[in-house]
Write a protein that binds this ligand. Structure first.
Ligand SMILES: Nc1nc2c(ncn2[C@@H]2O[C@H](COP(=O)(O)OP(=O)(O)OP(=O)(O)O)[C@@H](O)[C@H]2O)c(=O)[nH]1
Ligand SMILES: [Mg+2]
Length: 397
């Protein structure tokens, strides 16, 4: 499908406006960063040129996704972590995906105030994104903004999203390290499991541990990880070798961890945080390759008192070290870049089919006939695909 409006026109080189912006961006000007993010977020002209030019600069930042139920303390924890990283001389970018639902909208102002404090710091940059009206799809746009921050040279890029809904979970999943924040009053671990939070977590923080029930929730989550690890390992189908082995490696550590926490629980004390990077004797034996397994830690925090934050930051560092040593970082980045190509193809085709090749108009003019039953969705779809220059034969798949 050739197209004179091809986005590849930019291959010839960035336009002068983008070139100028890039020069300011590379010089580290915050106004250039803000402008670049706006261009990407709103898909303004030149956003692809910009992303293309920045692509070689990404890969330095540790991307941390923070997710969990509304009001769990994600923003408070994000701000506390940012302060902690800053104290170590690191620079931190924050993407806060603003909740727009009515019952969380009230927390927004609080977020802003807390965030503004750290936002005064030159080494911190905060960008809030609305969850509605994102042109390129929320998950894709958020990832692209994280890319821009990464390219700017931040050491950490923290992405905060509310852990409800598929697209929010997709965002959390696209980080290097995903932290799930739960609170005693958010019910139980089963609730988290239902919401799909268990699947995305590399680390758990039981926040508001100043409230009753925190120990119990921590043990429950650890138990659940333990059970899930057992099930996942039992269900590994042989032909799923690579992927399932990876999944198993990621969660098998949870088993040991859960046992320790159960023990600790029975003895009425809190489990000590243990080093999460371990070298278990794998099935390959001592001479074979030694897979590193990651024990999903369940940490307790009191974000508004900055308690447990240093331990959490350490756990995040251990996770990053594990990602690098185990080869998982490379794997995740391969997956991420493959997804990016798919997303981009999707976005390009979508625009061509629906806008540039008149798909939207064909659909609009066929609606009456469709509703009256004079045409079928399959005929109309085929016409749209043919109009876009595609092949609409009835091939399988
Ligand atoms: N008691 C207690 N309160 C906390 C703790 N951490 C945060 N809070 C309070 O909990 C409320 C919600 O905190 P936020 O950080 O806005 O929570 P959030 O998860 O970002 O909320 P949304 O983004 O709206 O989903 C605020 O009033 C915080 O001050 C904690 O550890 N203990
Ligand atoms: Mg928040």
């Amino acid at each position: 499908m050739h197209n004179e409006h091809s986005p590849d026109a930019a291959v010839a080189g960035p336009t002068s406006a983008i070139t100028e912006l890039l020069a300011r961006f590379e010089a580290g000007q915050r106004t250039a960063l803000a402008r670049a993010i706006s261009i990407v977020e709103n898909q303004r002209p030149g956003f692809r040129e910009l992303l293309r030019a920045l692509h070689p600069r990404i890969g330095h930042a540790h991307r941390i996704g923070i997710t969990g139920p509304p009001g769990a303390g994600k923003s408070t924890l994000t701000a506390a972590l940012a302060r902690h990283f800053r104290a170590r001389g690191e620079r931190v970018g924050i993407v806060a995906v603003d909740p727009t639902s009515p019952f969380t909208g009230g927390a927004l102002l609080g977020d802003r105030i807390r965030m503004n404090e750290i936002g005064m710091d030159e080494g911190v940059f905060i960008r809030s994104m609305a969850t509605r009206g994102s042109l390129g799809g929320l998950a894709l746009t958020t990832r692209e903004i994280a890319d821009v921050m990464d390219a700017f040279g931040f050491d950490r890029v923290i992405i905060e999203t509310v852990g409800v809904g598929q697209s929010e979970l997709d965002i959390a999943r696209s980080a290097d390290s995903t932290l799930v924040v739960l609170v005693p009053e958010s019910g139980d671990g089963i609730q988290a499991m239902k919401a799909g939070l268990m699947e995305v977590a590399d680390l758990f923080a039981i926040n508001k541990s100043d409230r009753p029930g925190a120990d119990r929730l921590a043990r429950e989550v650890a138990m659940m990880l333990h059970l899930r690890a057992g099930e996942a390992l039992r269900d590994v189908p042989a032909h799923h070798g690579v992927d399932m082995k990876r999944a198993a490696r990621r969660i098998s550590g949870a088993t040991h961890r859960a046992r320790r926490m159960e023990e600790a629980g029975r003895q009425g004390r809190q489990a000590e945080p243990t080093p999460a990077v371990t070298r278990p004797d794998g099935p390959d034996g001592p001479d074979g390759p030694q897979p590193l397994s990651w024990e999903i830690p369940v940490l307790q925090t009191i974000a508004d008192q900055e308690k447990g934050v240093a331990e959490l930051a350490d756990a995040l560092d251990r996770h990053r070290a594990w990602l690098r040593e185990s080869g998982e970082l490379l794997e995740r980045r391969r997956t991420r870049v493959a997804d990016r190509v798919r997303d981009e193809v999707h976005r390009m085709l979508d625009r061509q089919v629906w806008q540039e090749r008149g798909g939207e108009a064909i659909l609009e003019s066929s609606l009456d006939a469709l509703v009256a039953g004079a045409e079928t969705p399959y005929d109309v779809a085929a016409r749209i695909v043919r109009a876009a220059g595609g092949n609409a034969t009835d091939a399988p798949g």
